[in-house]
Design a binder for this molecule. Structure first.
Ligand code: CP
Length: 303
């Protein structure tokens, strides 16, 4: 039995297979409509979500399976003090696979140790968000034909943004990736990540100004400032609008640069940018369904 707890749990070759499957699903939806008949997905979400939970649910329903779960800790017995370990033992008898989001870093790993069914980390605190990374990589591959040999700017809250941490971990294994980290000083990417990049001789630079680096970028990965991870509201208010991508800034970018964002968006991308053909973030959310369908099939060993 296999879990997905970190983007590093799959080799590059396994990821290629997963993305091939996701692409086949996108192109031949009817072929997979009964692939999960009789199977049940549990979505255990102790933190809010729109895309991750609903795309998992959509994925399982489109595969012919069924879904059960809870969407906030308050409506589960966590509110009475039940541990994640006890919860997953019980859920193991109710479902065939579980997607779990939790505010505590490592909670899905703890669940996986006690689980009789595959556990998917659907986001743990400020740590990792591996299925968002699968979504990001599939988007890059589908829209450009390959993953590698590009410069990516990651902009915004690089300290608390788990999607950024997961994506960097995944991208270091591909050839020719050049990172530009764009953030205010207070929201710099954590040292453990830059140490890892240094150890592997992977080029990166850290800047605060978005405009000056725009012309270099092949991808701009925007992120929201993570209000829920701040210790005080004053800091959040001071930093929340530090970067706002608008049409004027987009004029500085390459004609084929793609803008990605895991969403939800707050103010960091002006809605006028949505009309720009380089804005890929809504397509990215759609790829999340196909890659989660492929992941469910893979972890349930149905392919
Ligand atoms: N990208 C993402 O994780 O979105 P949700 O928080 O809505 O699931």
């Amino acid at each position: 039995m296999r879990h997905l707890l970190s983007p590093m749990d799959f080799t590059i070759e396994e990821l290629d297979k997963l993305f091939d499957l996701a692409t086949d699903i996108e192109q031949n939806k009817a072929k997979y409509a009964h692939a999960c008949d009789g199977k049940i997905l549990a979505t255990c979400f102790y933190e809010p979500s729109t895309r991750t939970r609903l795309s998992f649910e959509s994925a399982m329903l489109r595969l012919g399976g069924q879904v059960l779960g809870f969407s906030d800790a308050g409506s589960s017995s966590a509110s009475k003090g039940e541990s994640v370990s006890d919860t997953i033992k019980v859920i193991s008898g109710y479902a065939d696979i579980c997607a779990m989001r939790h505010p505590k870093e490592g909670a899905p790993m703890v669940a996986a140790e006690k689980s009789d069914i595959p556990v998917i980390n659907a986001g743990d605190g400020g740590h990792q968000h591996p299925t968002q990374t699968l979504t990001d990589l599939l988007t890059i591959r589908s829209l450009t034909g390959t993953i590698g040999n590009f410069t990516i700017g990651l902009c915004g809250d690089l300290k608390f943004g788990r999607t950024v941490h997961s994506l960097i971990h995944a991208l270091v294994r591909y050839e020719g990736i050049n990172f530009i980290f764009i953030s205010p000083q207070e929201l710099r990417v954590p040292d453990y990540i830059t140490e890892e990049l240094k150890a592997h001789n992977i080029p990166y630079e850290e800047v605060t100004n978005l405009e000056t680096v725009m012309p270099q970028l092949d991808f701009l990965y925007m992120t929201r400032v993570q209000r829920e991870r701040f210790f005080n509201e004053e800091d959040y208010i001071r930093l929340k609008d530090f970067y706002i991508l608008d049409t004027t800034k987009m004029e500085l970018a390459k004609p084929n640069m793609l803008v990605l964002h895991p969403l939800p968006r707050v103010n960091e991308i002006s809605v006028e940018v949505d009309k720009d053909p380089r804005a890929a973030y809504f397509k990215q959310a759609q790829y999340g369904v196909y890659v989660r369908m492929a992941l469910i099939l893979t972890l349930l060993e149905l392919v």
